[in-house]
Design a protein around this ligand. Structure first.
Ligand SMILES: [Zn+2]
Ligand SMILES: [Zn+2]
Length: 380
C-alpha cells in the first residue's frame, strides 16, 4: 500500500510499504478515506521529536472498515468509523476512568498514552496511508451516521482537533457566560473557540498573527487579536475591563514564537498568566515535550520553561494540561455535527490526494498563507 513515510527532518515521501493487516483478533483494518495533517505532525516533520525514521505518520483518521478480526463484536465490514488519535485498550486503570489518552497497556513500557504514527506513543503505524490497523476495534471505533459522505470533512475532526479544542475549554473550567482567551488560532485553537461558543461563552478572544487564521477566528465568532501589531496581553486586558478573561487556553505548544519569529518557549504560558483573571483556570493542550534536543537553549532542551510561577500563585490560578481523552467527547461531538450544530470543517483549506502529501507538509509547515488545515483523501 501507499503511505506517507518520515525519513528525517523535513524529509517525508509517499512510498510503498507493507499492507496494514490484522495482527490480533481484536483488530480491524480500515480503508482510509480522509486523514488530516496535524500541527503536531509538524513537530515530527521538523525533526523536533524522537520519532523513528520509517514511521508512517497520521493520527487523524476516518475510513471504511475493510476487514474484521475474529474477536470483534460490534464493528462490521462496511461501517464508516472515525478513530480517536489516542489508542486505548478499554480495560486498564486509566481507560476504565475514561482517561484513554493515558492508556497503560497500549503505551510504551513505563509510559502512558498511545497514538497512531506518533513520537513516543507506541509502535503503531499512522493513517496517512491507504489502510490502517486499528487495535481494540470495538473500543476505539466511533461509528458514523448515514450522512457520513456529505459530512466526512466534519466527522474526521472528531479524531483529534475538535475533541482537543473542547478538552482545552474543559481543562480551563469554562462555564456559560465566561470570557475565554485562547493563544493560537491554528486548528486546535479555532476548535477551542468553536467549543467555547457552543458552551455559551460570553466572549471568545483568540490570539495569533497569521491573517488567514485571524480571519477564521472572526468567522467562528471570536474577537481576533493580532499580536504582530502590539502586545497580546495589553489587548486581551483591554477587552476584559483590565481584569483578564475568566479562563484561558494554550493551543500553541513548546515551539511558540515571538513576533520576530524567535522561539520563546515560555511566551504563551506567561502571557496566559497575565491575561487570565485572578482565580481563573488555564487549560494547556498545545504540545510540550519532556525533551527537545534541537532547541536553542539549555532549559528548552530539557523540556523546561521559565514559568512565571509567582504571578500564577499570587493570582490563585489553576492549570490543567495534557492530551485530550478523545473518547470522553467524540460521541456527543459527533451528535452535534449530525444535528447541524457544529461545523468543524469550516477551517479546511486544502483537500488533496495522498500523493501530494509531501508538498502539503512543506506548505503547512511554512505557514504559507491560506494553508490552515490540510486533509488527504487516500482513496480518491
Ligand atoms: Zn492531531
Ligand atoms: Zn487502557
Amino acid at each position: 500500500m501507499k503511505a506517507l513515510v518520515y525519513h528525517g527532518a523535513k524529509d517525508v515521501s509517499v512510498d510503498s510499504v507493507p499492507d496494514a493487516k490484522i495482527e490480533k483478533p481484536t483488530d480491524v483494518v480500515v480503508k482510509i478515506t480522509t486523514t488530516n495533517i496535524c500541527g503536531s505532525d509538524l513537530h515530527m516533520y521538523e525533526g523536533r521529536t524522537n520519532v523513528k525514521k520509517g514511521t508512517v505518520l497520521g493520527h487523524e483518521n476516518l475510513g471504511r472498515v475493510e476487514e474484521v478480526g475474529n474477536a470483534v463484536d460490534t464493528v462490521k465490514v462496511g461501517d464508516y468509523v472515525c478513530l480517536p488519535f489516542n489508542i486505548g485498550c478499554g480495560f486498564c486503570a486509566n481507560c476504565e476512568r475514561g482517561l484513554t489518552g493515558f492508556c497503560l497497556t497500549c503505551a510504551e513500557p513505563g509510559s502512558a498514552g498511545a497514538a497512531y504514527g506518533f513520537a513516543g506513543m507506541g509502535p503503531y503505524s499512522g493513517g496517512q496511508a491507504e489502510y490502517l490497523r486499528v487495535p481494540y476495534a470495538d473500543f476505539n471505533c466511533l461509528r458514523l451516521p448515514s450522512d457520513v459522505k456529505e459530512k466526512e470533512n466534519d466527522y474526521v475532526m472528531l479524531s483529534d482537533i475538535f475533541p482537543t479544542g473542547w478538552h482545552a475549554t474543559r481543562l480551563a473550567g469554562l462555564k456559560p457566560g465566561d470570557s475565554v482567551v485562547i493563544y493560537g488560532a491554528g486548528p486546535v485553537g479555532l476548535m477551542a473557540g468553536l467549543s467555547a461558543n457552543i458552551q455559551g461563552a460570553s466572549k471568545v478572544i483568540i490570539v495569533d498573527r497569521h491573517p488567514d487564521r485571524l480571519k477564521l477566528a472572526e468567522k467562528i465568532g471570536a474577537v481576533a487579536i493580532d499580536d504582530s501589531t502590539g502586545d497580546a496581553v495589553e489587548k486581551a486586558l483591554a477587552l476584559t475591563e483590565g481584569l483578564g478573561a475568566d479562563c484561558g487556553c494554550e493551543a500553541v505548544g513548546y515551539q511558540c514564537q515571538d513576533r520576530h519569529g524567535h522561539e520563546v518557549s515560555n511566551l504563551t504560558m506567561n502571557n496566559l498568566v497575565k491575561s487570565v483573571k485572578a482565580t481563573g483556570g488555564i487549560g494547556v493542550v498545545g504540545v510540550f515535550l519532556p525533551k527537545d534536543p534541537e532547541a536553542s537553549n539549555a532549559m528548552a532542551k530539557k523540556g523546561q520553561i521559565a514559568f512565571d510561577f509567582g504571578g500564577f500563585w499570587i493570582k490563585g490560578q489553576h492549570i490543567a494540561t495534557g492530551q485530550a481523552n478523545v473518547k470522553a467527547y467524540n460521541r456527543k461531538l459527533r451528535d452535534l455535527i449530525a444535528a447541524g450544530k457544529a461545523k468543524p470543517s469550516i477551517i479546511v483549506s486544502h483537500e488533496l490526494p495522498l500523493d501530494q502529501a509531501a508538498a502539503a507538509y512543506k506548505n503547512f509547515d511554512d505557514r504559507k498563507n491560506g494553508w490552515t488545515k490540510v486533509i488527504l483523501k487516500p482513496a480518491a
